[in-house]
Design a protein around this ligand. Structure first.
Ligand code: ZN
Length: 203
């Protein structure tokens, strides 16, 4: 069965990586695309816990109004996704860092930060974020959490791209040896074992 935004795996180890993984394959063939409508973006953001139920309902209602510019908000989200993909891949020197990509992420992340206020939760001092009310809120939040990952390279595990020929999904390599090659052992890892086995039999 063809997967959809409702059931694709969230296995990147960070929501910003899972967001990049909303394209089924970046390998030999690109696609299919899982973000086909603004509602798909909202569904994904709820699954990734970037918005709550109330925010989901507000955004869906707003997007459904005539002349809502939801399509434009979706295009912006996809632009962010591709910029993030290139920036994360720059970590393994697959592509170089583009200034345009940094500026896009910077602008969106700043808008998310501007929606926050410093407050307290019990004895802790925390950032409170305002409810997501405008259609750009999801992209802005993704950009903000992505900057946490982008700027923390020294203190975290490496980001890798799955080596599956029809995959390319990104993940944080939390494996003990730090040599994880597949997004999942059950899918790309097992396909690779089958290929290896067939190649060995053909010899
Ligand atoms: Zn894979």
């Amino acid at each position: 069965m063809q997967k959809t935004i409702h059931d694709i795996s969230l296995l990147g180890g960070h929501p910003a990586l899972d967001f990049v993984n909303t394209v089924d394959s970046r390998g030999e063939s690109w696609g299919p695309e899982f973000l086909n409508t603004y509602d798909d973006l909202v569904v994904w953001a709820r699954r990734a816990d970037l918005i709550d139920d109330k925010e989901r309902d507000v955004l869906l209602a707003k997007a459904g109004k005539p002349g809502s510019h939801a399509e434009n908000a979706l295009e912006q989200a996809k632009k962010l996704r591709e910029a993030l993909c290139r920036l994360f891949l720059s970590e393994s020197n697959v592509v170089s860092i583009r200034q345009n990509d940094l500026e896009l992420v910077d602008g969106m992340a700043r808008r998310a930060l501007a929606q926050q206020s410093l407050g307290c939760a019990g004895s802790k001092i925390v950032w409170h974020r305002a409810d997501a009310k405008d259609l750009a809120a999801i992209s802005n939040r993704i950009a903000q959490i992505a900057t946490d990952l982008l700027t923390a390279r020294e203190g975290r595990r490496p980001i890798r791209a799955c080596e599956g020929p029809n995959c390319g999904w990104l993940f944080l390599d939390q494996s003990r040896g730090g040599h994880r090659r597949w997004c999942s052992d059950k899918t790309c890892g097992s396909h690779a074992r089958v290929r290896k086995f067939r190649a060995a039999r053909a010899d």
